[in-house]
Design a protein around this ligand. Structure first.
Ligand code: GDP
Length: 322
């Protein structure tokens, strides 16, 4: 049955792609089994897309930018998938991003597929579903996969770990504001675009881009490392999006030249495996019987009946008996 679905996904049938994603996002045990069978069948046909992460604070213009970039890429003959990792969707039931209505042109284009963030509860769950959905999209023949996320907590790191190139959108910021930008994010970014460089804001944006570029030079190490370019653009007015895309392409070419793309993707798969092991161990710690043992062991530590080491061994012993 999964072979048939795999064949239909590979033929690019939208209904089959949607069904495959539903399976991949499901937390039901039988669905997870089917999803893994499906992915195993699709795996040899994956890996052909350019995988790009796109991030920035709410309001920076992500959905406007992605809609326009996607439309431009489709006009160039590409097939574009847009996925989202929304760290808030599981916890609050609401979501900061990812609803289809935000990218209306792309969502209605037959050469594009826009998928809102899965609400798989934990960030780890969302990340796994998104990685697996990316493989489904690749097998279905999409050759550009854009993964959108928002600058909250760990989600940027999670997305950076599943893409080839990480594009960071920002607004014109200079001086003190620049200091306030999260250093970690600047280190993650492969390409930075100062967005909304339009109407009366073009000069301001260019100035900010120059300052940012200067600041990045201090962060970056050796000359043979990738130097993150900073460019101005406007998603709303479709200005310079070709240049942003060109820089994304340059970064890919640079990875290729340095033998990095294959290695980066292999490293990501191994890191994904490790993350799954960590997540599942943590989930086992959450089982009721184990939680009971944790409480008992912690109480014993407080009463000085057990050393922390003995308590830890006792808890792990409960896991082993599972
Ligand atoms: P997101 O929250 O990052 O997805 O941002 P949106 O794409 O929803 O945009 C937030 C607001 O900024 C909307 O009112 C957009 O119309 C506006 N906006 C988005 N891109 C641009 C741009 O390039 N230039 C200008 N001037 N406004 C923009």
């Amino acid at each position: 049955m999964m072979d048939e679905l795999a064949a239909r996904v590979r033929a690019g049938e939208r209904a089959a792609v949607a069904r495959a994603i539903t399976l991949v996002e499901s937390r039901r045990g039988d669905h997870r089994n089917q999803a893994q069978q499906l992915l195993a069948a699709l795996l040899p046909h994956t890996g052909h897309a350019e995988r790009i992460g796109i991030s920035g604070v709410p309001g920076v213009g992500k959905s406007t930018f992605i809609d326009q970039l996607g439309v431009n890429l489709v006009a160039d003959g590409r097939r574009v998938a847009v996925l989202a990792v929304d760290p808030s969707s599981g916890r609050t039931g609401g979501s900061i991003l990812g609803d289809k209505t935000r990218m209306t042109r792309l969502a209605n284009d037959e050469h594009a597929f826009v998928r809102p963030s899965p609400s798989a509860g934990t960030l780890g769950g969302v990340a796994q579903a998104t990685r697996e959905t990316m493989l489904v999209m690749e097998a279905a023949g999409y050759d550009v996969v854009l993964v959108e996320t928002v600058g909250v907590g760990q989600s940027e790191y999670v997305v950076a770990d599943m893409v080839d190139t990480f594009l960071f959108l920002t607004l014109a910021r200079t001086g003190d504001q620049l200091q306030g930008m999260k250093r970690g994010i600047l280190e993650l970014a492969d390409v930075i675009a100062v967005n909304k460089a339009d109407e009366q804001h073009e000069d301001e944006a260019s100035r900010a881009a120059r300052e940012l570029s200067g600041a990045l030079r201090f962060l970056r190490g050796a000359a043979d490392e990738w130097q993150t370019p900073v460019i101005t653009c406007s998603g709303l007015h479709n200005l310079n999006l070709d240049r942003v895309w060109q820089q994304v392409g340059r970064h890919r070419a640079w990875l290729d030249e340095h033998g990095g793309l294959e290695r980066k993707r292999c490293d990501q798969m191994v890191e994904w495996t490790r993350a799954l092991v960590r997540d599942r161990l943590l989930a086992r710690l959450d089982a009721p019987r184990v939680r009971e043992a944790v409480r008992a062991a912690e109480a014993a530590v407080r009463d000085e009946r057990l050393t922390p080491d003995q308590a830890a061994e006792q808890i792990l012993g409960t896991l082993d008996r599972d």
